[in-house]
Design a protein around this ligand. Sequence first.
Ligand code: SAH
Length: 447
Amino acid sequence: MVSLPFRRSLFAAAFGLAGHRRLPCHHAPAAAHTSSGAGGQAETEKPTAMLRHLLLKLRATGPVTVAEYMREALTNPGQGYYTRGGGIGESGDFVTSPEISQIFGELIGIWYISEWIAMGKPKAFQLVELGPGRGTLTDDILRVFNQLASLLSKCDVSVHLVEVSPKLSKTQALILTGGKVQSIPEDNSAYMKGVSKTGIPIFWYRDIQDVPPGYSFYLAHEFFDALPIHKFQRTEKGWREVLVDADPEVPDQLRFVLSPSSTPATENFIQLEERRDHVEVCPEAGVIIQRLACRIEKDGGAALVADYGHDGTKMDTFRGFRNHKPHDVLKAPGTADLTADVDFSYLRKMIQGRTATLGPIKQREFLKNMGIDLRLQVLLQNSHDTQTREQLLHSYDMLMNPEKMGDCFNFFALLPHHRLLHPDKKHKPESKAPVSPVAGFDELLLK
Ligand code: SAH
C-alpha cells in the first residue's frame, strides 16, 4: 500500500488552495471511447475527400492493411481525423478522463512528484507527454507542480509534447501558454516552443525520437489506442490478414477482405501458440514502448500508460466514434475517431525486461490508491452550490464506476529495475525489507 501519511502531506501541499480549475462537465457524454462494436450509420453521406483519395488508391494498387487504413484515416497530413483537429470533448466525438475531471490530472501530477521523491529528487526532469490532445492533462499536472513549487524549487523541469496534429498543437499551446509560442525552423528537433503559464519551458515534437535524452517522466493517456493496428483472422488455410478494399458492388463503399495468402505481417506477428481466432497487433505501439523502455533504462525516469486494453485475450476491438456514438469504421474515414484496445501483454513483451513493469491495474483501483476520495471530499467541502457538487459527483462516477470508465481503463507503469529494489538489498541481498511502494499500484505486480 502507498504510505498514507506521505501521500497526505503531498496532498495537503498540492491542494492547499483546494479550489477549482474549471467546472467539471455538465452532461453525461454518451460515449467515452468505451462502447464496443462498430455500430451502424444509416445515413448516406457524400464521399469525403479522404474516401475519394482512398478509393482511387485501392483501385490502382489493391487492398491495404487495416494499419495503413487507420494511419491514413487518423493522421493523413491533409485530411486525417487528428490532423483536422480531432473531436475530443463534449462538443466533439469522444470524451477522455482529463476532460471529465480536473482531479484526474491532479492525481497523475502527484504520481510523478511521488516517483521523483522516491528516486532521490534528481536535479532535473522532463515531463514528456505522447498525444496530449487538448493539453488539459498537462495543464492539470503543471498546476500541481506549481502548487508544489517550493518542493521543486531546485529542480529544472521542462515539458516535451509529442503531437502530430498541427491543429491540436495549437489548442495545446493556447491552453498551456495562452498562445505565446514560437515556431522553430524545420532543421531543429522541436517544431514549436513556448513557456507555460507557470513559467515552465514547453517544446513540441512530431516523434518521440526527437525528444532530447535525459531523466524523463513519460505519459501516454489514450495515445496507444490511436496507433494503427494489423488484424488477422484464423482460417482453414491458416492465418490471413484482414485488408481494406473498395467494394466492387457498391459505389463509394469500403469493405474488409482477407489476404489470399499469408502476409509478411502474419508471419511476423502471430505466435505459434496463439489460441484466439482473431488477433490485433499494433507494431507501432511496440516500437514506441521499446523506445521508452530504452530511454528509461539509460537515462532514468518512469512512464505511465493509461488506456483501455487487455492482456492478450480480446479479439475484435477495432471501433469508431463520432458524436459520442459508435461509428462504422469503414464509413466516412477522416470524420470519426478510430481506436482499438491496447494489448498490454504485447507492450510488456516488447519492453524485453529493459525496465520493470507494474500493472495493468484498473483505473478505479489506481485512482482510489492515489486518494481520489480524499480529493473529492475537499472539493465538495469547498463548493457551495448544488450544481457544482452534482457535477463533481457525476464526474467522479464517470471515472470510477466499473460500468463506465472505472474498469475498462487501465494503468501500466515502466520503472527502472533499481526503483523496485530496496536500497539495503543492493548491498545485503538477504534483506527482507519491502521496497518503497509505488503510488497508485497497491501491490507490486512485478512481471
Ligand atoms: N491524451 C489526450 C488525447 C488522446 S487522443 C486525452 O486523453 O485527452 C490521441 C492523441 O494522440 C491526439 O492528440 C492525437 O493527435 C495524437 N496522436 C495520434 N497519433 C499520433 C502519433 N502517431 N504521434 C503523435 N501523436 C499522435
